[in-house]
Write a protein that binds this ligand. Structure first.
Ligand code: EPU
Length: 315
């Protein structure tokens, strides 16, 4: 259902310039594509979020939450309903205690994953370096169980803080979180429905005491390796496809001879074939056509069905 006029008025009154209507999602995705969000709100803080969720619930509206848009592929048609992103009030990172020799660090879901990595390095806590160079927010990283060959969110997380669809704060224990490769299952009991999902507001990570200089040196080496093997400074959503079991999507696309393949400005990166990049002014439809070509060729050549890793809201 379309957002009613009185609700729009309330959004403008409550959130001022942080609430925008018809906001192009291309401005909020690292891929730089995506049509307008019916309403887009940068929610400033927890009281604002609780109030917003409660009002949306009462009004029977649906909502979505995005992080920093680094793993998002939004269609040219845009997104209906309310699209929220978490603002400044959700970026805190701090030490909250110790448990059996492990150090517990809480990060707000709106903090960047790289800020969390820097925090760990500064304090000499080891265990976050797997995430060095992964863009995006903590909330986004948790939702997609972000990771590399060196580890993933599921290896470190001990609990989550959410706001439920009833606008109530709740904690979820690690034991109740069902992570798998690049995914976190959304049990309705905790995460609500796809139309009215719970919102992750913070996460707790268990790290180990270590040596700051050594951790910093390791982080630098990892970042350098990443810079050498992945495209840098271009519009991308990271790896576009999941790695099929026992194989690398990038290697398959490369071996199929598809590096450099392009549809207008949507391009298979010549640096790393699992990066489909926006080389200028690509549209979402350009990526749609490119993805079909890549999937088709990989299927024809290797008999492997590639699955998207990027999130495609609205599908
Ligand atoms: N390869 C090629 N050609 C290419 C790309 C890769 O031959 O164009 C080969 C590499 O030489 C290597 C193998 O494929 O032998 C694996 O490549 P890489 O080490 O780059 O790892 P990946 O499996 O392609 C995964 C993650 C990346 C993460 C890297 C590094 C997925 C889908 N991708 O990539 O994550 O940065 O490992 O740990 O799991 C992301 O999630 O957005 C992402 C980029």
């Amino acid at each position: 259902m379309a957002i009613p006029g009185d609700f729009r008025d309330w959004l403008s009154e409550r959130f001022g310039p942080c609430a925008r209507f018809g906001e192009p999602m291309s401005r909020h995705t690292s891929l730089g594509v995506g049509g307008p969000a019916e309403a887009w709100i940068s929610v400033p803080d927890l009281p604002g979020l609780i109030e917003l969720v409660s009002k949306m619930r009462q009004a029977g509206l649906s909502w979505r939450i995005t992080g920093r848009g680094t793993n998002l592929w939004v269609r040219d048609e845009g997104l209906s309903g309310v699209v929220m992103t978490l603002g400044k009030g959700f970026t805190g990172i701090g030490l909250i205690g110790e448990d059996s020799g492990l150090i517990l660090v809480r990060a707000g879901a709106g903090a960047s994953l790289s800020a969390l990595c820097r925090f760990a390095i500064k304090h000499g806590f080891s265990g976050m370096n797997f995430a060095v160079g992964i863009p995006g927010s903590v909330g986004g990283a948790v939702s997609g169980n972000a990771g590399t060959a060196a580890g993933c969110v599921a290896d470190r997380i001990t609990g989550l803080e959410i706001i439920t669809p009833d606008a109530a704060p709740r904690r979820i224990d690690r034991n109740d979180l069902d992570f798998s490769y690049r995914s976190l299952a959304r049990a309705a009991e905790f995460f609500g429905s796809p139309e009215r999902p719970s919102i992750i507001t913070g996460a707790i990570f268990a790290l180990k005491p270590g040596n700051g200089d050594e951790i910093a040196a390791e982080a630098e080496a990892l970042a350098a390796r990443r810079k050498a093997s992945q495209p840098w400074g271009v519009k991308s959503a990271g790896c576009f496809f999941k790695n099929p079991k026992g194989a690398s999507a990038g290697q398959l696309i490369d071996k199929a001879g598809l590096k450099g393949l392009r549809v207008n400005d949507a391009l298979v990166s010549p640096v790393h074939a699992n990066f489909l990049v926006n080389a200028g002014h690509a549209s979402s439809s350009d990526f749609l056509a490119l993805v079909e070509m890549v999937k088709g060729e990989v299927k024809k050549t290797f008999g492997v069905e590639l699955e998207l890793e990027v999130i495609t809201p609205g599908d």
